[in-house]
Ligand binder design. Structure first.
Ligand code: TYD
Ligand code: MG
Length: 453
């Protein structure tokens, strides 16, 4: 009897599958994310007990690490985020808000890569003419760049085989459509199946592929999480659309570290690398005002300085408001509780706001101390001092705990002209003395505030 296609409900957040609809996904807990889709009948599973066929298992010592040679993209910031360049056969996903610069970035690297590689740029979003106009603006005119405006996945895959490119760019996966799949493009199943199809083709031909993925309103790549499992690298392009700075962040990388970020500036002729990112993040810092403190966080192997601003003001309504931009909300609540209980700084009838300037997100514990200092500084209405920088983790007992990479953080701070550095006491003990900056080791939050003088 031929199997019938069946209706399933798929969560667009996590890929959870269910035969019936729920208002709230039982797997990830998101509301209103289950979408109805049709599933084609599956092929019969292979009979159990058959002997393994195809490839034989290999001893690890006999596998050659071939393919480690990487292609440089011409943008050092991008190479670093990728872990040193593009790996053969790697599937790389770039996500980001519309208009952030994903297409610009990918088109731009074609000029440099096109010197030795044949590139196929598949676009389901723009026409050839639009791409040409953009390429002119970016001064991309490589003879090795081929543009294909197509949304049918099968046709695209045929070009993979027929044109034998060395690199493929698929802009965006949400516009691709696989004819055998009975749901519209952009749906969970389409996105997943198209990614799978690209992966099979890319791996068998050993060509690297960049896939552009749109993000949904929560900032995650639209389509199920399974798409992130399929690809080798997941990069997010972030940044405030109102400012020209863009940060490329790696959240998954099978060929390198995931902590690296790349900083770019969008100008009228495309994206430019920002080499001195700390300087950029501190540009326009107000001097001698209360409620601001400079933090030093590690982004991968690189120390970055960023300005943290805190503001406290009397609560207008019953419950005090807490708001954090670029900093974890729960961490802010925790810091406020520690400040109150262990430091004797009272915020319970005050609204508290924290903002990290420049669109950076501070996820590292070392950002605790500067956030706490900016809040105390705003509370007491006393400036922290323009020459001061702070880093350290705040423990629940109000103690300042040591952090990693103290030396490179200090180096970066000194390079940018900071002369007083507040750091955990336990870090200070293992550091050599410096003539160019005053290092102040602090044990508690109170110590830190009092050390400001
Ligand atoms: P785009 O790469 O089209 O974004 P995405 O593919 O992520 O949706 O970025 C377009 C934005 O970038 C648009 O708002 C204009 C701006 N832009 C510049 O400022 N300079 C340039 O040289 C280019 C090509 C775009
Ligand atoms: Mg685009």
């Amino acid at each position: 009897m031929p199997a019938k296609s069946k209706t399933v409900y798929l969560c667009s957040q996590c890929g959870f599958e269910s035969p019936k609809w729920y208002g709230k996904c039982p797997s990830c807990g998101e509301w209103n994310t289950l979408i109805e889709e049709f599933r084609a009948p599956e092929r019969a599973a292979p009979a159990a007990g058959r002997s393994p066929s195809g490839r034989a298992a290999q001893r690890i010592g006999s596998i050659s690490p071939q393919g480690e040679k990487r292609f440089q993209t011409g943008l050092k910031e991008l190479d670093r985020v990728l872990g040193g360049g593009i790996v053969h056969g790697a599937l790389m996903l770039i996500g980001g808000d519309p208009g952030i610069g994903k297409s610009t970035l990918l088109l731009q690297i074609c000029q440099y890569l096109g010197r030795d590689l044949k590139i196929l740029y598949v676009s389901g979003e723009e026409s050839e003419r639009q791409i040409k106009l953009r390429a002119d603006r970016l001064r991309v005119d490589s003879d090795n760049l081929y543009v294909l405006c197509e949304t049918d996945m099968e046709t695209v895959l045929e070009h993979f085989r027929a044109d034998a490119p060395d690199l493929v760019i698929v802009d965006s996966i949400q516009t691709m459509n696989l004819a055998g799949v009975a749901s519209s493009s952009g749906s969970v199943t389409q996105v997943r199946e198209c990614t799978n199809a690209i992966m099979r083709e890319a791996k068998s031909a050993d060509i690297p592929v960049f896939i552009v993925g749109h993000v949904n309103k929560d900032g995650a790549i639209a389509g199920p999480k399974v798409m992130e499992h399929i690809v080798d690298c997941v990069l997010y392009f972030e940044g405030d659309r109102n400012t020209s700075y863009r940060i490329l962040r790696c959240v998954k990388n099978r060929y390198g570290s995931t902590n690296e970020i790349g900083v770019f500036e969008m100008r009228d002729r495309g994206l430019y690398e920002v080499e001195n990112a700390s300087k950029m993040l501190l540009d326009g810092r107000p001097t001698n005002v209360s409620g601001t403190c400079v933090a030093c966080v590690m982004e991968g192997t690189r120390p970055l300085l960023a300005e943290v601003q805190g503001l406290v003001s009397p609560t207008g309504f019953g419950n005090p408001r807490r708001m954090a931009t670029g900093f974890d909300y729960n961490r802010l609540s925790l810091l406020l509780a520690v400040l109150e209980k262990r430091g004797g700084y009272f915020f319970s009838n005050l609204d508290a706001y924290v903002n990290v300037v420049g669109g950076l997100r501070l996820d590292e514990p070392a950002a605790d101390l500067p956030v706490a200092l900016s809040l105390i500084s705003s509370l007491k209405d006393r400036a922290v001092g323009d020459e001061v920088i702070a880093f350290g983790e705040v423990g629940l007992a109000g103690e300042i705990r040591s952090v990693t990479n103290a030396e490179s953080r200090i180096g970066e701070a000194v390079r940018l002209g900071f002369s007083r550095i507040l750091l955990p006491y336990h870090n200070l003990r293992s550091l050599p003395k410096r003539g160019d900056a005053e290092l102040i080791g602090v044990k508690t939050l109170r110590d830190a505030y009092e050390a400001l003088g």
